[in-house]
Design a protein around this ligand. Structure first.
Ligand code: NAP
Length: 483
């Protein structure tokens, strides 16, 4: 299918109670970030539409909770198969709306689909416990039940995977849901909703709304007592605001928020591996990833060599429209994101950093920013503290393990950290001391549907994937049994 074909085949309306319908707030444009041109328009939901979506989710909750776990799992499994069968067209759709290169989009579709497969397998493993009271007098019975209707809010950077990480466990646990993707990238989620419907998901279990004014449609949902959970992936700033709004109804919360990943390279590291993995940790998604290596702390004995090799590898990446085979680096998502990246690079240079590569906004259409390497980045520079969300690699030297660990932990964020060393004792000491929810040990990619993804500190709480992922959607009921 070509670009126009896949756009024409993708639903552009809201999905409420099993029916596709227009939005009461009109339509909103979806742009191609590599050209700035409008790809298509999708329905724009009002607060009334959002409440209608919650009506549908609440009405479907009882029957869905009592649907056989095997049946819930098989719907997910069929949706997994359909995503894999349609990987090529789904990848093209994602590249069109988000900009990442087509190879990365294919990889994300597979990654996203794998959450559906993983949770199809977890659906039938929800269990409770039967145990003795310590006194032996009675028995303790615990059971797991779905928390109830959920609101799932996702960002634009991984338009499919951030959805399936939530939808998979919610479906498996027996929860109904209202899904709200980011307005820049609603198409992948609309296509996914179509796939889940075709896979047999009953009406009202998954409702999908898109809005040009998220705040105005989300607030009424959070204030409605029928909603029982919010799972949010996005910035720490918005996460904090939503936590405040969710406090009125004491909602169950999962918060997957911003990151500021340190990438530590010790003097004994395999430098070839550290550079190759750095490309993945830094350049996946043009650096627009919560787990992107934000700052490279490199031992002074190898900092110069590391920066030289990284500059060489990043300098060989090809920038362009992500739909073209052979393109490594697509555009950033929009003008604001590009301005922010340029501002952070400007600040680093003002404070004494040297530009080894890139650092200049190119002329022409689209929100492109070149792969950039900065050396000699000084303490206090903004991009050591703030999430860059762009293809910029700042390299700062350190002289001891203690200094490296202190620099790594000197952040309000704690999502992931990367450690490169061949010394087992050092590796384990550093891994233990890192304040982060995840660590890549001699590895630049941690994401895996079978692993618990999530952060500490202001990167949030809750885990997605792994055995932990489904627990976010289950409530424990305890029964005191008198024999
Ligand atoms: P964002 O601005 O916080 O938006 C995330 C989602 O929240 C979008 O759907 C957005 O909708 C919605 N939203 C924004 N303001 C809202 C409000 N006042 N009320 C209700 N909803 C609101 O984040 P982003 O720029 O899309 O994504 C980048 C951020 O996500 C980064 O900080 C990144 O680190 C983080 N992230 C974290 C993880 C993780 O697993 N920890 C994964 C991926 C990304 P609209 O955009 O349509 O307004």
């Amino acid at each position: 299918m070509d670009e126009r074909g896949i756009l024409n085949a993708t639903p552009t309306q809201l999905l409420i109670g099993g029916g596709w319908r227009d939005g009461s707030a009109g339509r909103l444009p979806v742009e191609d970030p590599s050209t700035g041109e409008v790809l298509c328009e999708v329905a724009d939901a009002s607060a009334g539409d959002a409440l209608a979506a919650l009506d549908a989710a609440a009405a479907a909750q009882g029957a869905w909770a009592s649907t056989a776990p095997r049946e819930r799992g098989e719907i997910l499994r069929r949706a997994f198969d359909a995503m894999i069968d349609r990987r090529e067209e789904l990848a093209l759709l994602m590249t069109l709306e988000m900009g990442k290169n087509i190879g990365e989009s294919r990889a994300e579709i597979t990654y996203a689909a794998e959450f559906l497969r993983w949770f199809s397998e977890e659906a039938v493993r929800i269990s409770g416990r039967w145990s003795n009271e310590p006194s032996g007098a009675g028995r303790l019975l615990t059971m797991k039940q779905p928390v109830g209707p959920c609101l799932l809010i996702t960002p634009w950077n991984f338009p499919a995977a951030m959805g399936t990480r939530k939808i998979g466990p919610a479906v498996a646990a027996g929860c109904t849901m209202v899904v709200k993707p980011a307005k820049q990238t609603p198409l992948s989620m609309l296509a996914l909703a179509g796939i889940l419907t075709e896979a047999g998901l009953p009406d009202g279990v998954l409702n999908l709304i898109v809005s040009s004014k998220s705040g105005s449609i989300v607030a009424p949902l959070l204030a409605d007592q029928r909603l029982r959970k919010l799972s949010f992936t996005g910035s720490t700033e918005v996460g904090r605001l939503l936590m405040e709004q969710a406090s009125g109804n004491l909602l169950r919360l999962s918060m997957e928020l911003g990151g500021n990943a340190p990438y530590l390279v010790f003097g004994d590291a395999d430098l070839d591996a550290a550079v190759e993995q750095a490309l993945i940790a830094k350049m996946r998604n043009m650096g627009q990833s919560c787990v992107a290596a934000n700052r490279f702390h490199v031992h002074e004995s190898v900092a110069g060599e590391f920066a030289r090799r990284l500059t060489d590898r990043m300098g060989r990446l090809r920038t362009g429209r992500g739909t073209e085979e052979g393109v490594d680096v697509g555009p950033l998502i929009d003008a604001d994101q590009r301005s922010k990246v340029a501002e952070l690079v400007g600040d680093a240079v003002d404070r004494g950093a040297s530009i080894e590569l890139g650092g200049v906004v190119p002329p022409g259409r689209g929100w492109f920013y070149p792969p950039t390497v900065l050396s000699g980045v000084r303490p206090g520079t903004r991009l050591l503290r703030e999430e860059i969300f762009g293809p910029v690699a700042p390299v700062a030297p350190f002289s001891s393990d203690e200094e490296a660990l202190a620099a790594a932990n000197d952040s309000e964020f704690g999502l992931v950290a990367y450690v490169f060393t061949r010394d087992v004792k050092r590796a384990l000491r550093v891994v233990e001391g890192l304040q982060s929810g995840m660590v890549g040990l001699n590895k630049g990619l941690v994401s895996n549907p079978a692993a618990p993804f999530g952060g500490v500190k202001q990167s949030g709480f809750g885990r997605e994937g792994g055995f932990e992922g489904i627990e976010e959607y289950l409530a424990t009921k305890y029964v005191a049994v008198d024999l």
